[in-house]
Write a protein that binds this ligand. Structure first.
Ligand SMILES: C[S@@+](CC[C@H](N)C(=O)[O-])C[C@H]1O[C@@H](n2cnc3c(N)ncnc32)[C@H](O)[C@@H]1O
Length: 212
């Protein structure tokens, strides 16, 4: 994350001062995880849960643990759930888990982001959620979040720092926040956005060579 995003994250986390479980969906090497944990003193730090397939690069889990140790953080205190986000969500929902804070930064594919928005059902009222790469160039991230916010007015925008969006849950939902129809909508857009992305990639070097 950029310096601006990290400053925003610290500002929102510290202003909210939430005591309940904090969740990160997608951790890579755990850099933002360490940063978030260090927003709290040892005594005031809430329980952290991390969901990640840990197959982003070789030896990912050990690299995360090493990173935590280098930051003076005990990896034993973190509840790691090494599985796809969809599976982790199914377990968490069945166990009626609740979170005060959720950071979503996993797959940027539209259908996965729509699935990840289901985690917000488990966010406590007054809790906050952040989404990374909320930027026009990431349609797969922007579109499902914009649709979600239009359809769920009990969530409000707290702020945007660079491409990090923060939203708050102001009330309990009267109905399911992400419907089957929302998921079908995302599935239908998925191949179109995939094509858009590959066209952009193909056009990029050509544009560069014509300007040279
Ligand atoms: C962009 S990186 C996360 C960066 C991290 N939040 C940071 O700020 O340093 C994406 C991470 O999401 C994980 N990921 C991608 N798709 C996932 C899925 N469907 N379920 C769980 N984890 C996933 C990858 O393994 C990777 O570690």
């Amino acid at each position: 994350m950029s310096g601006q995003e990290l400053s925003g994250l610290r500002k929102w986390i510290q202003a909210a001062d939430l005591k309940g479980r904090h969740l990160e969906v997608g951790t890579a090497a755990g850099g933002t995880l360490c940063f978030m944990m260090k927003c709290f003193t040892e005594e005031s730090r809430p329980q952290f849960t991390v969901v990640d397939t840990m197959s982003y690069f070789d030896d990912q889990m050990n690299i995360v643990k090493k990173n935590l140790a280098q930051n003076g953080l005990d990896s034993q205190l973190i509840d790691f759930r090494v599985m796809p986000s969809v599976t982790a969500f199914t377990h968490a929902e069945a166990a009626r888990e609740q979170f005060d804070f959720i950071l979503v930064d996993a797959s940027h594919k539209i259908r996965h982001v729509m699935e990840d928005l289901r985690w917000l059902r488990l966010l406590n009222t007054g809790g906050i959620a952040c989404f990374h790469d909320y930027a026009i160039r990431f349609k797969g991230v922007c579109w499902p979040i914009d649709r979600f916010l239009r359809r769920n007015p009990h969530f409000s925008r707290v702020g945007l720092e660079d491409s990090l969006l923060c939203i708050r849950k102001n009330a309990e939902a009267s109905q399911t926040e992400v419907t089957a129809f929302d998921r079908v909508w995302a599935l239908l857009w998925s191949p179109i956005l995939q094509l858009d992305l590959s066209l952009q990639k193909r056009l990029k070097p050509k544009q560069a060579s014509t300007t040279n």
